[in-house]
Design a protein around this ligand. Structure first.
Ligand code: AHG
Ligand code: MN
Ligand code: MN
Ligand code: MN
Length: 333
């Protein structure tokens, strides 16, 4: 295999960034290692005997899969020792993870969803890992929850690994979005999808329609119009997809466009939405915006939200710009 490895790509990108110390490059290298290990754990599947559910519930009120816990542990053990992080927080842990005192502290914070789409793992459908990197506030070496409470615009990097028919890593540091594919024989990710962009228009939407009766009026209107197809006000037919792995849906949108939503509905009112802002909505919104798409709750830009709790949930509408803007306009109407 020839081409640019992810390490080379990141080093060259960092060379262009003023004041880069190399610390960030090293942190990303450890994330890459974690994703390779998780890819292996997911790929071995039933051979490892780890496809089942546990008795435990996580802080989200979800029954944990064995692999939710295993992948969370892999992410922590790959990163905690490095000295690049001041703190770590995960979907699977109620409180931020306290880095053991024997390790040095660094200037970054990482938030992650170690296994996204985990309800799909034992049916052999694509799952992923999502991460978001923030800077720890100046001088903070032992961050508290409030130190993580930064709006998505403050992210210095966001990315995901997709464990699909091939394993890919998709990344942004605020200079566009690039996709890398894992060559298992070499053990390296190679740049295969430079400068990924989302077309402004689309004929495809993704939503879990089993919640339809709970949706708000603007979402009802949008989907109804799509479903009317050529004969309806949109004057064209629409296609629909729902993988139930956000990573897979966002990846599809980066490849061929589309609109993805997990909107607010009457069942989710108390929770504020389904998807978690810190390790799902924010990193995916940064990636989507960097690829020329848009991301909103329907009422405001997701990246502008000032979060108030670690596991806060938000409605998510993201993807092809013109469709997101249309649905936002329906919310305003
Ligand atoms: P996770 O597996 O990390 O808990 O995330 C699941 C999320 C997201 O990936 C997906 O879009 C959505 O939940 C699926 O929800 P439904 O099961 O309600 O369709
Ligand atoms: Mn979960
Ligand atoms: Mn998830
Ligand atoms: Mn998860």
């Amino acid at each position: 295999m020839t081409g640019i490895t992810i390490t080379q790509f990141i080093i060259e990108e960092q060379r262009q960034a003023k004041g880069a110390t190399g610390e960030f490059t090293l942190l990303l290298n450890d994330i890459v290692t974690a994703c390779k290990k998780i890819s292996l754990a997911v790929n071995k599947g039933a051979l490892l005997g780890t496809m089942g559910s546990l008795e435990s519930e996580n802080v989200q009120g979800e029954v944990q899969k064995q692999l939710d816990v295993i992948t969370n542990d892999i992410f922590i053990s790959s990163l905690e020792w490095s000295g690049h992080l001041a703190g770590m927080a995960s979907e699977e842990m109620e409180e931020p993870y306290e880095i053991p005192a024997r390790y040095p502290r660094g200037k970054y914070l990482i938030l992650f969803d170690p296994l996204d789409g985990s309800s799909n793992v034992n049916v052999n459908i694509s799952v992923g890992t999502i991460f978001s990197i923030l800077r720890a506030p100046e001088g903070v070496t032992h961050p508290k929850v409030e130190d993580f409470m930064q709006p998505g615009t403050q992210q210095v990097c966001a990315g995901y690994a997709l464990y699909g028919s091939s394993t890919m890593l998709v990344l942004t540091t605020g200079r566009g979005v690039n996709g890398f594919t894992l060559d298992r024989e070499v053990g390296e990710f190679y740049l295969t999808h430079p400068n990924m962009t989302i077309p402004a228009d689309t004929h495809e939407f993704a939503v879990n329609t089993s919640n339809q009766r709970h949706w708000e009026a603007p979402v009802q209107r949008y989907v109804e119009e799509c479903l009317k197809g050529k004969e309806g006000p949109r004057g064209r037919d629409f296609n629909m997809r729902w993988v139930a792995s956000m990573v897979a849906e966002v990846h599809r949108i980066l490849i061929r466009g589309g609109l993805f939503m997990y909107p607010l509905d009457s069942n989710l009112k108390e929770k504020g939405g389904k998807l978690r802002i810190m390790y799902e909505a924010n990193p995916m919104s940064m990636i989507v915006e960097q690829a020329g798409g848009a991301s909103s709750t329907g009422r405001e830009r997701i990246l502008d939200i000032q979060p108030s709790s670690l596991h806060q949930r938000v409605p998510v509408i993201l993807g092809s710009r013109n469709e997101v803007e249309r649905l936002v306009a329906y919310h305003k109407a």
